[in-house]
Design a protein around this ligand. Structure first.
Ligand code: CAP
Ligand code: MG
Length: 468
């Protein structure tokens, strides 16, 4: 088997310490070995035909090596590819994308392809700074290092339309009800009805007021997403005013600008809240990149808070899959859990843990179940679940805080609600989801890991997706 006159399959190859390992699902109109050859060639040194310009030294030094294939059918399966570190430019994520996440998607013999995971070697990680604050830094700022409780955040709703003063008034109520964190929505930036600076100034007043009335330090993440110059200008502006955090729609902004922003923000000791709007466009179809891959880049570049999904709310992702996405940003070391299409990952010490954000359809009724999955190192973030409370934002935030307190104490929300009015009102409007379903599911999957792994190997992406 070969592609363009060269062969890239080497089943005896053992990935070196500095290699990247990429796990791919692919199916096509030709045997899976041929697909594997094509992927390895096109993403490294090869092309469709033999080259007069190729030499053995270049080929051996820079080629990608397919070291394992698990066939599902003759024309589909999981493929493991190793890439040498030298193949990749220093600190250049764009070049990485153009190689590993590039042309391969367009090869016409493919009928489906997913980049399921990438294991990044330590040497590559070391080229990046990692988060400036991450979980620890944010906790230090808010003052929750000791208690270790989950943070409560909100997105001001409606998403767009409020004036700066109206926006800040909603935020004030949210903080006073117990929110640690308020953010703009992903589609609110600098529109005429709510200019960035006017909103920011109103918010600074609110934050000072909350500080003087309660003694609490709370956070606000203004959405700076825009073309590069504007983002830099806004970063300067908020820094000049002594504010500690910005928000970026990281996926749609793209890596090139994001890398500049994270670098600049780090120099200014500014936290970054990373919203992932748009990521699902490339992870829910026949061709795509799993969000786990992007998370790893975001962590290396150094965002401090990152949306990872809830597992039980309104957005896609099963509990087990979301647990994996959460662990990738929050833990220092991950074992291989192949049945879910994942690889092992060990993070360099300076690539610190990022605070996961669980958001999307969150209300007091699902906090128990959500924390059973996420643990305490998480921002529990609710928009509709706070501003939709029958008695408004302040009561909504109180109800959320009560739900979090109950979960941390191990008391079911309905029981806690007997002595907590706001929670009781919320549970009348929104259903309660007991945590047992999530706990059972996680335990079962863990127990059946071996069987699931075998089935995933024999049945491929459809089987893996069942657990996503
Ligand atoms: C949540 C949210 C967030 C999503 C993003 C929204 O509002 O503000 O953007 O959570 O999804 O606009 O939907 P609600 P994800 O609390 O009212 O649902 O975190 O999965 O990227
Ligand atoms: Mg939103």
């Amino acid at each position: 088997m070969a592609y363009g006159g060269y062969t890239y399959i080497d089943k005896k190859y053992v990935p070196a310490k500095d290699d990247f390992v990429v796990l791919v699902w692919a199916s096509g109109t030709v045997p899976v070995e041929e697909i594997a050859e094509a992927l390895a060639a096109e993403s490294s040194v090869g092309t469709w035909t033999k080259l007069k310009t190729m030499n053995e030294k270049v080929f051996q030094k820079l080629k990608a090596r397919v070291f394992k294939i698990a066939k599902t059918t003759a024309k589909s399966g999981l493929i493991w590819i190793a890439y040498p570190l030298e193949h990749f430019d220093v600190k250049n994520i764009i070049q990485f994308q153009a190689s590993v996440l590039g042309n391969v998607f367009g090869l016409k013999e493919l009928t489906s392809m997913r980049i399921l995971d990438i294991e990044f070697p330590e040497k590559y990680q070391k080229q990046f700074p990692g988060p400036f604050g991450g979980i620890k830094g944010i906790r230090r700022y808010v003052g929750t290092e000791k208690s270790g409780r989950p943070h409560l955040g909100t997105i001001v709703k409606p998403k767009v339309g409020l004036t700066p003063r109206e926006f800040a008034a909603v935020a004030y109520e949210a903080y006073m009800g117990g929110c640690d964190f308020v953010k703009d929505d992903e589609n609110l930036t600098d529109q005429r009805f709510c200019p960035f600076r006017a909103r920011f100034e109103e918010m600074m007043e609110v934050i000072d007021r909350v500080r003087s009335e309660t003694g609490r330090k709370v956070l606000y993440a203004p959405n700076i997403s825009d073309r590069y110059e504007r983002m830099m200008e806004r970063l300067d502006y908020i820094h000049f005013h002594g504010a500690p955090m910005v928000m970026v729609d990281v996926f749609v902004v793209g890596y090139s600008a994001l890398q500049e922003i994270t670098g600049e923000a780090r120099g200014k000791r500014t936290f970054i809240h990373a919203h992932r709007a748009g990521y699902a466009a490339e992870s829910r179809g026949e061709f795509g990149i799993t969000f786990a891959v992007h998370e790893k880049f975001y962590r290396m570049l150094g965002v401090d808070q990152l949306h990872v999904g809830t597992g039980v709310g309104k957005m896609e992702g099963s509990p087990l899959y979301i647990k994996r996405l959460r662990d990738i940003v929050a833990l220092q070391k991950l074992n291989e859990k192949l049945y879910l299409g994942s690889l092992a990952q060990e993070w360099d010490a300076k690539i610190k843990p990022v605070m996961p954000v669980a958001s999307g359809g969150v209300g007091p009724g699902i906090v128990d179940a959500m924390l059973a999955l996420h643990g305490k190192d998480v921002v529990v973030q609710a928009g509709g679940g706070i501003h939709g409370h029958p008695r408004g934002t302040r009561a909504g935030a109180k109800a959320m805080r009560q739900a979090i307190d109950a979960a941390v104490k191990g008391i079911p929300a309905p029981k806690y609600a007997k002595t907590h009015r706001e929670l009781a009102e919320a549970l009348k409007k929104w259903k309660y989801m007991p945590p047992n379903t999530v706990k059972k599911l996680l335990a079962q999957e863990r127990k059946r890991a071996k069987t699931l792994r075998k089935r995933a190997l024999s049945k491929g992406i459809k089987e893996i997706e069942k657990h996503w």
